[in-house]
Design a protein around this ligand. Structure first.
Ligand SMILES: [Zn+2]
Ligand SMILES: [Zn+2]
Length: 220
C-alpha cells in the first residue's frame, strides 16, 4: 500500500507520527505521507516537526515515511503562495483539500489548487471536466478516497478523470488507526469507483511514481 494522504496529532488525527507509521508498517505499507491540515497559521509549525519524525522512522523501520501537508479551507487566492511555502518548508507531498460534497469548502478551491500545481487534489467532489483537463495539463493527480463521506463522489471523479486523461491516485485520508487499509481493500474501492483492472493498475502505478519522486527528493 502506498498512501499519500494521512493525518496525525499535528492536526485532527489521533496518533503521533510514530504510532501512525508503526501501524502502517503492520498493515503492510511501503510508503506513507503524513499530510496534516494546514493554513497560514500552522504550516511552518507542522512541516519541520513531521519531517524530523519521518526521517527518523524511515531510517529505522521498513517503510518510507514522508512529510507532507494538506492545505485545508484556505482562501482559493492563497493557494499558490501556501503551496510554495509548504514546499520550501520541506513538504514532499502537497495535498489540497478539495470541494467535497460534505463540507462547505470555498467554491473555486479545486481550480485554485490545480493552478497552484499541488501534487494531489483530494476528494474533489463534483469536479468539472474543465478543471480535470487543466489538472491533466498541470500534472495534478485527482484522488479516489477510501474515506467515508468523501468517497461519495468517487464514481464521478473516476469517470471525469477517464474522460480528461488525468492521473488518479488512491489514498485513505486516515485520521484513526482503523482508517488505514490493505492493498486489497484499496483495489476494491477502485473497482467500486468503476475502474477496470487495467485502470486500477494505472492508478496504483501513479501513486507509486509520485511516491518514488517524493522519496528521492526527501533523501537528497
Ligand atoms: Zn481531517
Ligand atoms: Zn485529509
Amino acid at each position: 500500500m502506498i498512501d499519500l494522504h494521512t493525518h496525525s496529532i499535528f492536526s485532527d488525527g489521533v496518533l503521533v507520527p510514530s504510532e501512525l507509521v508503526r501501524r502502517a508498517v503492520m498493515k503492510g505499507y511501503e510508503v506513507i505521507a503524513i499530510t496534516d491540515h494546514a493554513d497560514a497559521s500552522n504550516i511552518d509549525f507542522i512541516i519541520p516537526r513531521v519531517a524530523t519524525a519521518c526521517r527518523e522512522l524511515s531510517k529505522r523501520w521498513n517503510i518510507k515515511a514522508l512529510p507532507g501537508i494538506e492545505l485545508t479551507h484556505i482562501p482559493p487566492e492563497t493557494f499558490a503562495e501556501l503551496t510554495q511555502r509548504g514546499r520550501a518548508l520541506g513538504a514532499m507531498i502537497v495535498v489540497a483539500h478539495g470541494e467535497t460534497l460534505v463540507e462547505p469548502v470555498h467554491p473555486g478551491t479545486n481550480r485554485a489548487a490545480i493552478e497552484a500545481r499541488v501534487d494531489i487534489l483530494a476528494h474533489p467532489g463534483l469536479i468539472t471536466k474543465e478543471d480535470a483537463a487543466l489538472a491533466a495539463r498541470n500534472g495534478v493527480c485527482l484522488e479516489i478516497t477510501t474515506r467515508k463521506g468523501h468517497s461519495l463522489s468517487n464514481g464521478h471523479v473516476a469517470r471525469i478523470a477517464g474522460e480528461a486523461g488525468v492521473k488518479l491516485v488512491i489514498d485513505t485520508d486516515s485520521h484513526e488507526p482503523g482508517d488505514l487499509v490493505t492493498d486489497d481493500f484499496a483495489r476494491s474501492v477502485l473497482l467500486g469507483a468503476g475502474l477496470n483492472s487495467e485502470q486500477i493498475a494505472v492508478a496504483l502505478r501513479n501513486s507509486r511514481e509520485l511516491a518514488d519522486k517524493a522519496v528521492a527528493l526527501f533523501n537528497k
